[in-house]
Design a protein around this ligand. Structure first.
Ligand code: NAD
Ligand code: UDP
Ligand code: UDP
Length: 319
């Protein structure tokens, strides 16, 4: 039967070698899909997908989504985009291109195939929110010209494109607003708070809290997030989103630092550093829609998720 189209669903995951993408590929393969992973390896790595490489249902293509892509698939998960401020500010023009040109190319691909397409959007579309917690109806408070704008505005424009392809070309779309997510395979040096604090605690280095540490974030464990993503993709066609997926448990950065120190048994002390420009003061998802439309809510509390993540960092990056 080689060469003949099988009955398996064929799914494209852009950014499939990244943190979230690699977990998604794993879950899709586990349920019997054929997965095509597209990545330019800017922030992802082959190490993240090494365990999938021998699988006959998994294939990889080194490709930058800012260029057109011609493949034949039934569904598209568009995750390609650096997610950590350190990475997305490294080449901000490329970041905007990845979100905007990447969305146009993947939407063009989806249009040709009439394939379902899901966009990994972000809570950053709410900017430094004046409404708390954030429901999907909130339009956000985003600086269009600051250092975070390449990411925030790129993602906002991608949402615009998704809804215009939906209205103009009746494309079946799903837009997911992802709130801060953590877990194994986060890049140890990507500057995000969970990976920073864990690496610092494990190495006995000072924990770097930016500002006074009173700013809040809501942290979702990766397995919960991927479950929400798959449920959204498989939801009825009229559920387009945007839909918030995140864990409503809200913590200050000081609280997070204290949890990490306690769970690692570290002797690290806390050191304050300047607060980056435009750093949102608070963030917490309103997940009413995810609960009612997807029957989804997170199940893994911060403490359990941190323990699993600490175990991963300890075994992979620290002697
Ligand atoms: P990540 O940096 O680990 O993964 C992104 C992947 O995209 C990497 O493998 C990278 O190499 C690839 N990539 C980047 N630019 C590309 C391009 N032009 N062409 C092809 N591949 C490219 O980040 P992540 O945390 O896994 O995030 C995945 C997606 O989820 C991103 O779109 C991000 O914006 C979104 N998101 C993540 C979070 C979070 O907390 N992790 C929160 C909100 C939104
Ligand atoms: N595209 C792609 N793969 C496809 C089909 C389209 O990468 O299988 C790209 C194509 O290069 C184009 C973009 O998607 O730039 C948008 O496609 P669309 O059909 O919406 O626009 P048009 O081609 O008419 O500009
Ligand atoms: N942060 C911190 N110390 C660090 C890294 C980040 O205090 O070493 C803070 C950062 O200023 C922000 C929060 O933690 O208020 C979350 O930062 P992250 O970069 O993980 O995500 P984002 O700001 O995109 O939500």
């Amino acid at each position: 039967m080689t060469g003949i189209r099988s009955y398996n669903r064929r799914v494209l995951v852009t950014g499939g070698a990244g943190f979230l993408g690699s977990h998604l590929c794993e879950r899709l393969i586990a349920r019997g899909d054929e997965v095509v992973c597209v990545d330019n390896y800017f922030t992802g790595s082959r190490r993240n997908i090494a365990h999938l490489l021998g699988n006959p249902n998994f294939e990889t293509i080194r490709h930058d989504v800012t260029f057109p892509l011609y493949v034949e698939v039934d569904q598209i998960f568009n995750l390609a985009c650096p997610a950590s401020p350190v990475h997305y500010q490294h080449d901000p023009v490329q970041t905007t291109k990845t979100s905007v040109h990447g969305a146009i190319n993947m939407l063009g691909l989806a249009k040709r195939l009439n394939a379902r397409i899901l966009q990994a959007s972000t809570s950053e579309v709410y900017g430094d929110p004046a409404v708390h917690p954030q429901p999907e109806e909130y339009w956000g408070n985003v600086n269009p010209i600051g250092p975070r704008s390449c990411y925030d505005e790129g993602k906002r424009c991608a949402e615009t494109l998704f809804f215009d392809y939906h209205r103009q070309h009746q494309l079946p779309i799903k837009v997911m607003r992802i709130f801060n997510t953590y877990g194994p395979r986060m890049h140890p040096n990507d500057g995000r708070v969970v990976s920073n604090f864990i690496m610092q605690a494990l190495k006995g280095e000072p924990i770097t809290v930016y500002g006074d540490g009173s700013q809040t974030r809501s942290f979702c464990y990766v397995d919960d997030l991927i479950e929400g993503m798959i449920r959204l993709m498989d939801s009825p066609a009229e559920v387009t989103g945007p839909i918030n997926i995140g864990n409503p448990g809200e913590f200050t950065m000081l609280e997070l630092a204290e949890h990490v120190v306690a769970l690692t048994g570290s002797r690290s002390t806390i050191e304050h550093r300047p607060l980056p420009q435009d750093d949102p003061k608070q963030r917490r998802p309103d997940i009413t829609k995810a609960k009612s439309l997807l029957e989804w809510e997170p199940t893994i509390p911060l403490r359990d998720g941190l323990e699993r993540t600490i175990h991963y960092f300890r075994s992979h990056f620290v002697d």
